[in-house]
Write a protein that binds this ligand. Structure first.
Ligand SMILES: C[S@@+](CC[C@H](N)C(=O)[O-])C[C@H]1O[C@@H](n2cnc3c(N)ncnc32)[C@H](O)[C@@H]1O
Length: 222
């Protein structure tokens, strides 16, 4: 509860003045430039900087990273989220487009724990059935139609361990920003939940509020 006498508003004003001084702005610009390191995709928001993505990073990614476990990232793009998955013993980065895997290699080829895999759109070539502890995908299923998502769910069921977790970020057309974006697929919380259940998983967690055009679901084998 914030009382009328709370210093919070004046403190916010002082913080803003401080942040707008020239040295503070130069420092921030240099720090952001160094952090970005040329990674494709950071222009959509940096999970180290932008609060909703920071929340996604801290709640749905970092707690699952374990040095003795195996993970899959679907649609890594330039590696915006790959950066946080490097602590796995083995990380399979699976993308449909060879060009995107080439882009990813520019910044990630030096990590021996990464296996770069080009797939046919929904499959996991070369990944052992029942071997994966964590499946993560952000910014990719938002563009995939439900039939592709369903095919992926079938294949995730094959590779996931009984103790494994999957976290998928998908389009939520109940939200106006998704409805106004023709690049976002026709999906909703209800449709995604039903698909996940239909394909043999149980839903563990659902986040329908952090993102303004999409939602997240965490699930495991039923
Ligand atoms: C918009 S980018 C998102 C990249 C990254 N996850 C991020 O959040 O910055 C979408 C990525 O998904 C890949 N992609 C598109 N369709 C795919 C599919 N069916 N299977 C795997 N990757 C796919 C694209 O090549 C691209 O790398």
């Amino acid at each position: 509860m914030v009382s009328l006498n709370s210093p919070i508003h004046l403190q916010m004003l002082r913080d803003s003045w401080l942040a707008k001084t020239l040295p503070a702005r130069i420092f921030k610009a240099i720090r952001n430039e160094l952090r970005a390191g040329g990674v494709y995709g950071l222009e959509w928001g940096d999970p180290d900087v932008w609060h909703p993505l920071k929340f996604v990073r801290d709640r749905y990614v970092l707690p699952y990273v374990k040095s003795d476990q195996l993970a899959v990232e679907i649609g890594p793009g330039g590696g915006r989220w790959t950066r946080y998955l490097l602590g796995f013993k083995k990380l399979y980065v699976v993308d449909y487009h060879a060009e995107l895997l080439r882009e990813l290699r520019k910044n990630f080829s030096r990590y021996p724990q990464i296996a770069f895999i080009q797939n046919h759109g929904t499959d996991f070539p070369g990944i052992e059935p029942g071997s994966i502890d964590f499946v993560f995908s952000f910014g990719t299923f938002v563009h995939l139609d439900l039939d592709i998502i369903e095919a992926y769910l079938d294949n995730i069921r094959t590779i996931l361990k009984p103790t494994g977790n999957a976290v998928i970020h998908y389009s939520d057309k109940a939200k106006i920003i998704a409805r106004e974006n023709p690049g976002f697929s026709d999906n909703t919380v209800e449709q995604m939940r039903a698909a996940v259940t239909r394909h043999g998983f149980r839903m563990l967690e659902e986040d329908t509020t952090t993102m303004w055009h999409s939602s997240l679901i965490r699930f495991a084998l039923a």
